[in-house]
Write a protein that binds this ligand. Structure first.
Ligand code: KE4
Length: 426
């Protein structure tokens, strides 16, 4: 595969941008080789600067659930841009998107727009601390909640990929209030509450962990977490930046019938533009400035163009719930196909999948948490990664990320991918 343009662009990028990228996991450091510089995207496909075509299995890390360059979303952005880009005032679309979410997701009584998932998480944690008057936060090893200081402790995603689960630059004074539990291990949660009675403001969890590869909650795990948080007076925050509006319209909360106190969103609600949001119980959200004393703000929060893209995408998802069945079919078809390859070709892989999210681990043990995920053979993954990339399948360049399917993926794309994967395990 000819990638001369990407190679020369990467060389230039390395001169001016740390690692040549604006987000670490894009740099291909864990799989080696040259990141592909994508020029354009359409439907289920990406096209790089050298004209190579790929089936898109990262969907911009989740936002492009309807596929790339969707005509309705594009039209909404162009139309909004004709009226101006940013006013720094209240605007109608902010009311419309807040109304759409709050009137259709019961546990979201109020919502605040921000510009990224990181900002949503940072603000939700501050709201929980302000509401409870407590300082400590529980997160789970391998879960990633953006790069706010308090969350860069045993974090997943790019940190797990680069093997630095704890970032330098985070003061001990901050990290000491972040307690880490083990995913799918309720005893580790109970132990932290017992050791810190009355001190834990909130527990934040990815209800489906998609930043250590894909790890599913075991039966009863989320229910027990809900019970413990209620008993201990700690705020339960579902970080639905990935699962929100993806697993179901109401996200993992609807999928698993659990009611969180706060929820964070990102990705899909921006339709490809920079948007995050946090919301939930009214009694907590009314603590937020200007009506409350928990401060949070943002110049471009609720930006008119971003709201137009988000509204367009959410409106399609709301009006066409059959999309979720379609997404589940595609994800299940992929997972079943990979498991068939595992059986027939004795491939050393474990496949996790839920709806339009999947994960393929190069290991023989079930992957249920950070430790079991870390046992994956990253070298073998890297070989598989490049084999598939060179044959036009663009997955996340890390063993510790998820596979994202969109409504634009067709049966044919999946069959084509499975055929190539089977050949790799020949
Ligand atoms: P952003 O600040 O990147 O918009 O969102 C942070 C975030 C919060 N919560 C969850 C559950 C997330 O998955 C993320 C970000 N996801 C990664 C992908 N694993 C973003 C990709 C990247 O960092 O480049």
């Amino acid at each position: 595969m000819e990638i001369k343009q990407s190679e020369s662009l990467f060389k230039r990028a390395m001169t001016f941008i740390p690692g040549g990228v604006n987000s670490p996991v894009r740099a291909f450091f864990s799989v080696g080789g040259t990141p592909r510089f994508i020029e354009r995207a359409d439907g289920a496909y990406l096209y790089d600067q050298d004209g190579n075509k790929y089936i898109d299995y990262i969907s911009s890390w989740g936002p492009m659930i309807l596929g790339q360059n969707h005509p309705v979303i594009k039209e909404a952005v162009i139309k909004a841009a004709e009226s101006g880009l940013s006013f720094g005032t209240a605007t109608k679309r902010e009311v419309e998107i807040a109304e759409l979410i709050c009137t259709s997701i019961p546990h979201v009584e109020m919502i605040r727009m921000v510009n990224s998932g990181t900002e949503a998480v940072m603000s939700a944690i501050r709201a929980a601390r302000g509401f409870t008057g407590r300082d400590k936060v529980i997160k789970f090893e391998g879960c990633y909640h953006g790069h706010t200081d308090a969350m860069l402790v045993k974090a997943g995603s790019g940190m797990m990929t680069s093997g630095i689960p704890d970032s330098r630059g985070v003061p001990m004074a901050c990290a000491k209030d972040t307690l880490t539990a083990i995913y799918n291990d309720i005893d580790s949660v109970e132990k932290l509450f017992a050791e810190n009675p009355g001190k834990i403001a909130c527990l934040i969890i990815e209800p489906v962990a998609a930043n250590m590869g894909l790890v599913l909650p075991e039966q009863g795990f989320l229910e027990k977490i809900r019970e413990i948080c209620t008993k201990e007076g700690a705020i339960l925050i579902f970080d639905e930046v990935i699962t929100g509006f993806r697993l179901a319209w109401g996200g993992a909360a609807q999928y698993f019938h659990i009611v969180p106190d706060l929820v964070t969103y990102g990705k899909i609600i921006g339709g490809g533009m920079p948007v995050g949001a946090y919301g939930g119980r009214k009694d907590i959200m009314t603590c937020i400035a200007p009506i409350g004393s928990v401060y949070q703000a943002g110049t471009l929060s609720g930006n008119p163009i971003a709201m137009a893209a988000g509204l367009a995408q959410l409106s399609i998802l709301k009006e066409h719930p059959e999309i979720y069945q379609q997404l589940d079919l595609i994800g299940t078809r992929f997972a079943d196909g990979m498991r068939k390859i595992k059986e027939e070709r004795k491939a050393p892989i474990i496949v996790n999948q839920i709806g339009s999210l999947a994960g393929v681990f190069f290991t023989k043990e079930p992957v249920i948490d950070y430790v079991s995920a870390k046992k994956s053979d990253a070298k073998e993954f890297a070989k598989y990664y490049h084999y598939m990339l060179d044959r036009g399948c663009y997955f996340a360049p890390s063993q510790f990320e998820a596979i994202f399917f969109s409504a634009a993926h067709k049966q044919q794309d999946i069959e084509d991918t499975l055929r190539k994967a089977a050949d790799f395990f020949e």
